[in-house]
Design a binder for this molecule. Structure first.
Ligand code: MLT
Length: 391
């Protein structure tokens, strides 16, 4: 038996597991310190009553012989795929239910999609970035080239025609920087992909935070994207499903590489390795995407936006440079006094009792930056803003 040696090229633990361990140790050593957690981007608002009612109703259906359901369709129940298509339609994007695959969240599908591609592919990944894109490719031994994001380019780098890649990752609004591409920016990626026969893996997990109609919520708002992009999205941040687990991946019919349909390949992969998301969760997701559900989720998103505004106000008052916060639940701030990002993590925890995520955990260009999440409760966020002001 031989192990996959590429695992030994990974950092010892996943970023958020590492942070959780450090915070646990700090809390044990300082039992009287009130810690404000703004590290992992996990939602805190409860699910709307219509969504929990759907969960309860579906659970009751499962308890009765007439309405009990066993295995569901691997691609997801048609009622949910239609609800996702209607959600896209609500922001003027047409995708067909046949192209939508229901999964347990964007993270899993972003990792699993790589089954379709040769380990010989070169991938282009922005730095800093959500660590899942890098780690899943390291595990497969793929060559990674980085696209440098920085304060100078507003953390919105564009592809360089001299750098050749087969697979490109884009996350917009971005995790961790909160920066969001406009149409021109995304068009540059689509044009690059089409000229190079490359594929875009587009992570739209934070699209619901966009308020400016000039910023696209889906890559399919861009001309030519259906020929070169797969989109991943999730109800985690849109509708508070981090605990329930439900997401969707769109694989357009037009995606044909080397004569093969990626939609057909993904269906083959899913039918072999996945038995779908549980029926009650899919019922809850359909309600979350209905008009009533969307209204309720929008209230929660507004709540997080207000949290972000409070944090932005504190950083503005202190004159600290940051990106994000406007179309994103994340603020990516420059560490004070030139500190390194892990050094700032320790310093902020000790001096303000605030947990954030060190920028270096998202890549080398994240060094000297620090991510704050606006997904907390209002009182805690106010207190954190106050502590940041008084540091
Ligand atoms: C984050 O904090 O970056 C996210 O919550 C992680 C995730 O969505 O998996």
């Amino acid at each position: 038996m031989k192990l996959n040696e590429h695992y030994f090229e990974l950092t010892e633990s996943y970023l958020f597991s590492d942070i959780a361990r450090r915070v646990k140790a700090f809390a044990a050593a300082h039992p009287d310190q009130k810690i404000i957690r703004m590290g992992i981007g996990d939602v805190t608002r409860p699910l709307p009553p219509a969504v929990t009612a759907a969960l309860e109703g579906a659970a009751r259906e499962m308890g009765q012989r007439e309405t009990f359901r066993g295995y569901g369709p691997e691609q997801g129940y048609p009622f949910l795929r239609e609800a996702v298509a209607a959600y896209y339609q609500s922001h003027s994007t047409v995708v067909s239910p046949e192209e939508i695959f229901i999964g347990d969240g964007a993270k899993s599908d972003l990792g699993n999609i790589l089954d379709l591609f040769s380990p010989a592919c070169t991938v282009l990944i922005p730095d800093p970035v959500y660590p899942v894109y890098v780690d899943t490719n390291v595990m497969a031994g793929r060559r990674i080239v980085y696209l440098n994001a920085s304060g100078q380019n507003g953390f919105l780098p564009l592809p360089d025609p001299r750098v050749k890649a087969d697979i490109l990752y884009i996350c917009s609004p971005n995790n961790p920087t909160g920066a969001a591409y406009d149409r021109q920016g995304l068009q540059a990626f689509v044009d690059y992909a089409r000229e190079n026969g490359a594929l875009i893996l587009y992570d739209a997990a934070y699209e619901a935070f966009i308020t400016d109609p000039a910023l696209p919520r889906s890559i399919y708002e861009i001309e030519g994207a259906r020929q070169c992009a797969i989109e991943f999205c999730s109800l985690s941040k849109t509708a508070g499903f981090t605990g329930l687990r439900c997401g969707y991946t769109v694989v357009p019919q037009e995606l044909v590489f080397e004569g093969h349909s990626l939609r057909a390949m993904w269906l083959r992969r899913q039918t072999t390795k996945f038995n779908g998301v549980s029926y009650p969760v899919q019922r809850a997701a359909a309600v979350a995407l209905s008009e009533e559900g969307r209204r309720a989720s929008e209230e929660n998103i507004s709540y997080y936006r207000e949290n972000a505004r409070l944090l932005m106000q504190a950083l503005d008052k202190r004159g600290i440079f940051y990106t994000g916060g406007r179309h994103s639940p994340y603020l990516f701030m420059r560490c004070e006094n030139g500190m390194g990002s892990w050094q700032y993590f320790d310093w902020l925890l000790e001096n303000a009792g605030i947990v954030g995520t060190p920028g270096a955990g998202f890549g080398k260009n994240g060094e000297n930056y620090f991510r704050l999440s606006a997904f907390g409760g209002r009182e805690e966020t106010k207190e954190a803003a106050e502590r940041l002001l008084n540091l």
